[in-house]
Unconditional design. Structure first.
Length: 358
């Protein structure tokens, strides 16, 4: 039987006859591919972006263990925070924006952590065998895996107080240590190390313990230095500007609040606060922030360099603040029970910024 119409002319004829979509199995152009549809990596993504590529991004973030409520193709603040958490897990700049480097890292992490399970209880690591992996190169990291990234994981767990051997083998003792860490930080207690676990772990390991011998704090004029009372709360100096007094008052409200990863980022009054959530809360009390920021956001916030009254110190995994000579830092609470500390800590590896005029 002769072909009456070519495949390319048939849709045009259908439109002319008003039969668009009337024949089963003949999709319209819109049904075949939405206009403007993009694949993940074709463009940079940030808050305000939307489309199929954002949906693909959200699915991948979920795959590596980042919690996202909706896979809706809309890049809002929740997606931005999820991107920042993955960037922190991979030691990337926590910009919250998505470019080709981030997309490549995310896909590699998702593929690396989903290695084929073997009947022996191990994992098929033949792809890229011999590669010295960094923690976050494959996500999730789980029981049965081995390698350099497992050694880094064990080292970080040890730094946060968990009892584990650094042997590069993810066995029963490492599972116990991971679960202990997850429970302590109100994460999902499953012994499976996903991107959320890595972001928290990296931040705490980088924060480290307060040094026994620290450099002297920034020198201030008489009457300009805050002090820490015996109850662990700060007393503002009489000469301090009103915003500084309000920062200290807000800091006192949460000085002894428990550490909760992500705390203070969903709402101001929270059950606990992480490092950037704590600093955000105090700065908000002083009228200097209208929304909380992750530590990466503080690396480009306000003015460069230390301030006379207020200085923030941030890197991809941790941050703290110095207000009128006192350090406001979640790591201080590990030793004293309060976020306020009179002792300084080395600032190497931190970006220093300050609010204008302070």
């Amino acid at each position: 039987m002769p072909q009456l119409f070519s495949r390319t002319k048939l849709p045009s004829l259908m439109v002319a006859l008003g039969l668009t979509g009337a024949l089963v199995g003949v999709p319209t152009a819109a049904e075949a591919k939405p206009r403007g549809a993009k694949s993940l990596g074709d463009r940079a993504l940030r808050v305000g972006s939307s489309g199929p590529d954002v949906r693909e991004l959200q699915k991948l973030l979920r795959q590596v263990g980042i919690k996202i409520k909706k896979v809706d193709g809309k890049f809002g603040r929740t997606t931005e925070q999820a991107v920042r958490r993955f960037q922190a897990a991979r030691s990337l700049e926590t910009s919250g924006t998505v470019g080709k480097v981030l997309v490549t890292a995310l896909r590699e992490a998702a593929m690396g952590g989903a290695a084929k399970h073997l009947g022996t209880g191990g994992y098929d690591d033949t792809v890229g065998a011999g590669k010295s992996r960094s923690l976050g190169d494959r996500i999730p990291v789980r029981r049965g895996m081995s390698g350099h990234d497992v050694k880094v994981l064990q080292d970080f767990l040890k730094r946060t107080g968990q009892k584990v051997s650094v042997d590069g083998e993810f066995g029963a003792r490492t599972v116990t240590a991971v679960k202990g860490f997850e429970k302590k930080n109100t994460l999902s207690v499953d012994g499976l190390v996903d991107a959320d676990d890595i972001a928290v772990l990296r931040g705490q390991a980088d924060a480290g313990k307060d040094p026994e011998v620290a450099p002297p704090p920034l020198q201030l004029a008489p009457g300009d230095r805050a002090t820490v009372n015996s109850d662990g709360l700060a007393i503002a100096p009489a000469n301090a500007p009103e915003p500084v007094k309000q920062i200290i008052a807000a800091g006192n409200k949460i000085a002894k609040a428990k550490y909760i990863y992500g705390g203070g980022h969903g709402k101001w009054e929270d059950a606990g606060y992480d490092c950037s959530g704590s600093v955000s809360y105090a700065l908000h009390g002083g009228g200097l922030l209208d929304r909380s920021m992750a530590s990466g956001g503080f690396m480009t916030w306000a003015e460069p360099g230390p301030g006379r009254w207020v200085s923030t110190y941030a890197n991809a995994g941790h941050m703290y603040m110095v207000v009128a000579g006192l350090r406001f830092d979640t790591s201080a609470a590990k030793q004293t029970g309060s976020r306020w500390a009179a002792a300084a800590r080395p600032a190497s590896g931190y970006v220093v910024r300050h609010p204008a005029g302070l």
